[in-house]
Design a protein around this ligand. Sequence first.
Ligand code: AP5
Length: 217
Amino acid sequence: MRIVMLGPPGAGKGTQAQILEQRFNVWQISTGDLLRMNRSEGTPLGKQASEYMDRGALVPDSLIIAMVEGALGGVDSFILDGFPRTVPQAQALDTLLEQLALPLDAVILFQAAREDLLARLTARWINPRTGRSYNTITMPPRTPGIDDDDGGPLEQRVDDQLETAKNRLDVYEAQTAALIEYYRGSGKLVEVDALAEVSVVTHAILSGVQKLMGVVS
Ligand code: AP5
């Protein structure tokens, strides 16, 4: 399975990528998580990326493409979560996958209205150690502020504050939404209603992917 998760901030790309990763043993490659990991480890990439991430801007293509090329080395089954986000990133991915003879199976497009996405982002709490995501409105942890799995403290992301979240949604419209037409032409786009329940979204993704792959369920 080789899938791209495409959609605005807060649409549920990470939530669904984690579900599919566990169910199918494919590797979730989240550029946001890789950048946050680099930042917390204080690597040169993390330091360079930090100022862009904190204001909700995109990290320069050259840095992102090099990072993804490294992450894809030796992997033949993956879910790309949050990459590509610009046309140059999509073109670089096409070139890389062609060289590796690993064509994409599907691009999942998450659709949701801006106001719903803002409500989700500002209510999100995450476990910084595992990346598990909660939502104080729709998916609260059993104990507020505490992870159900490891009992550790949950945190809010700096870029989930209202003004930064608004900027991320603007950046999506300005720089990433063009990828919808880019991928529509490939016939691999699967559109899902990101506001449906989590299990309904998972089902919609799987039926769309199976249809494209010619699998009868
Ligand atoms: P990144 O971490 O990728 O953030 P994002 O794309 O903005 O996506 P999010 O993680 O905010 O949302 P999501 O769609 O994964 O939603 P989630 O599942 O968490 O990127 C962060 C930054 O890194 C960028 O701003 C940029 O600076 C940089 N960056 C990353 N990639 C880059 C690239 N390729 N190029 C350049 N820069 C890059 O869900 C959100 C909330 O909703 C959660 O609380 C969740 O519990 C809840 N939820 C999810 N699904 C449902 C549902 N069906 N029903 C109810 N609640 C739900």
